[in-house]
Design a protein around this ligand. Structure first.
Ligand SMILES: Cc1cc2nc3c(=O)[nH]c(=O)nc-3n(C[C@H](O)[C@H](O)[C@H](O)COP(=O)(O)OP(=O)(O)OC[C@H]3O[C@@H](n4cnc5c(N)ncnc54)[C@H](O)[C@@H]3O)c2cc1C
Length: 326
C-alpha cells in the first residue's frame, strides 16, 4: 500500500447534524471516526439564526451555535474532524476508497455518508439578500413558519412539497399566497385539492416572482408578474417561502449507490444500509420527506450503530474462518 493512503475504520462525510451525531456514536464505540466537513462546516443549520424545535434548547439556539456544540461533543470523544471535500469515491471492490480534495486517498472499513441536500432558490438578488440577512426568506416552512404567525406570506412552488408547506403555513398565518408558474399544479390531485379548499390560501397561476421587496432589513412585499399578460403587482408579505425542491449532494456516489430519480440515496427501509456493504447513509442525503435536524441526527445515530454492528459481524466471521484453518 502506498504511503499516501490512509486506512481508517470509519469515514464520515459531512458535518451537519447527521454527520456529527454519527461521529459521537462511532467515537464512543471505539471506531476512531475521521470526519470531513466539506465546504459548509456545520451544514445547512449554519444558515439560520433561530432553531426552536431541536429538543434540549428550551430558549432556542442559533444554528451556528448549535453546530459548534455538536462539533465539540464529537471532538470530546476524539473524532478526528478535518477540513476537506470528498471529490471521488470507489466502492467497486472490497475496500471502500475515497479521495479528499482530489489527492488524499483514504481506505475505510465503513463509510457514513451525511452530505445533506441543498434547497433550491430562484436566484434573484433580492431573494438572496433577504435570505442572507435572515430577513424573511426561507426554504423551510416547518422550520420557520412559526415566526410568521398571524402574518401574510407568499410561497413559490407547484409540487407536493409546496402544497404541503402552503397548507402547513395556512394553519399559522393570516394569509398565504401561492405562486404557481404554470396554469396547473405539478402536485398530486389530492394535495392540490387540499390547498384549493383552504380558505386562507390564494393561488395565483401563471405567476412568477419579479422581486422580493423590503426595507433593507426585512421583507415587506413581493412583486409578481403574470407570465401571460406581463402585468405586475405587489403582494404585501413579511415572509417569502421558496418550495421548488432540493438537490441532494450525492453526485459523487451515483456510479455505485442506488439513487432515486431526484438523486436521494436509497436505503434499506428501517436501516441506514445502502446497496453497498459497509456504506451507510444518514440525514437529508436520503430523506426527502422530513428534512429536519432532529431526524438527521436520529439517522446519524442509526448509521453509526449499523456500521459498528456490520464491522463486528465481519470481524467475528473473520475470526471464525481463521480459527477453522488454524
Ligand atoms: C434556512 C434553513 C433553516 C432550517 N431550520 C431548521 C430548523 O429550525 N429546525 C430543523 O430541524 N431543521 C431546520 N432546517 C433543516 C436542517 O438544516 C436539515 O434538515 C439538516 O441540516 C440536515 O442535516 P444533514 O446532516 O443531513 O445535512 P446538512 O446539514 O445539509 O450538512 C451536509 C454536510 O455535508 C457536507 N458535504 C456535502 N458534500 C460533501 C463532500 N463531497 N465532502 C465532504 N463534505 C460534504 C457539507 O459541507 C455539510 O457539512 C433548516 C434548513 C435551512 C436551509
Amino acid at each position: 500500500m502506498s504511503e499516501n493512503i490512509e486506512k481508517v475504520k470509519c469515514l464520515i462525510i459531512g458535518s451537519g447534524p447527521a454527520g456529527y451525531t454519527a461521529a459521537i456514536y462511532a467515537a464512543r464505540a471505539n471506531m476512531s471516526p475521521v470526519l470531513y466537513q466539506g465546504t459548509q462546516p456545520g451544514g445547512q443549520l449554519t444558515t439560520t439564526n433561530e432553531v426552536e424545535n431541536f429538543p434540549g434548547y428550551p430558549e432556542g439556539v442559533t444554528g451556528p451555535e448549535m453546530m459548534m456544540q455538536l462539533q465539540a461533543q464529537a471532538q470530546r470523544f476524539e473524532t478526528d474532524v478535518r477540513d476537506g471535500w470528498v471529490t471521488k469515491v470507489d466502492f467497486s471492490g472490497d475496500v471502500h476508497k475515497a479521495w479528499v480534495n482530489e489527492t488524499k486517498e483514504i481506505h475505510a472499513d465503513t463509510i457514513i455518508i451525511s452530505t445533506g441536500a441543498s434547497a433550491k432558490y430562484l436566484g434573484l438578488d433580492s431573494e438572496q439578500k433577504y435570505l442572507k440577512l435572515g430577513g424573511g426568506v426561507s426554504a423551510c416552512a416547518v422550520c420557520d413558519g412559526f415566526f410568521y404567525r398571524n402574518q401574510e406570506v407568499v410561497i413559490v412552488g407547484a409540487g407536493d412539497s409546496a402544497c404541503e408547506e402552503a397548507h402547513y403555513l395556512s394553519k399559522l398565518c393570516k394569509k398565504v399566497t401561492m405562486l404557481v408558474r404554470r396554469d396547473e399544479f405539478r402536485a398530486s390531485k389530492i394535495m392540490a385539492a387540499r390547498v384549493k379548499n383552504t380558505e386562507n390560501i390564494e393561488i395565483l397561476f401563471n405567476t412568477e416572482t419579479d422581486e422580493v421587496l423590503g426595507d433593507g432589513q426585512v421583507v415587506t412585499a413581493v412583486r409578481v408578474f403574470n407570465n401571460q399578460t406581463n402585468e405586475k403587482h405587489e403582494i404585501p408579505a413579511t415572509g417569502f417561502f421558496v418550495a421548488i425542491g432540493h438537490k441532494p449532494n450525492t453526485d459523487i456516489f451515483k456510479d455505485f449507490l442506488d439513487l432515486d430519480e431526484t438523486g436521494y440515496i436509497i436505503n434499506e427501509p428501517g436501516t441506514s444500509k445502502t446497496n453497498i456493504e459497509g456504506v451507510f447513509v444518514s440525514g437529508d442525503a436520503a430523506d426527502h420527506v422530513y428534512r429536519q435536524a432532529v431526524t438527521a441526527a436520529g439517522t446519524g445515530c442509526m448509521a453509526a450503530l449499523d456500521a459498528e454492528r456490520w464491522l463486528a459481524a465481519k470481524d467475528s466471521a473473520f475470526e471464525v474462518s481463521t480459527s477453522t484453518y488454524n
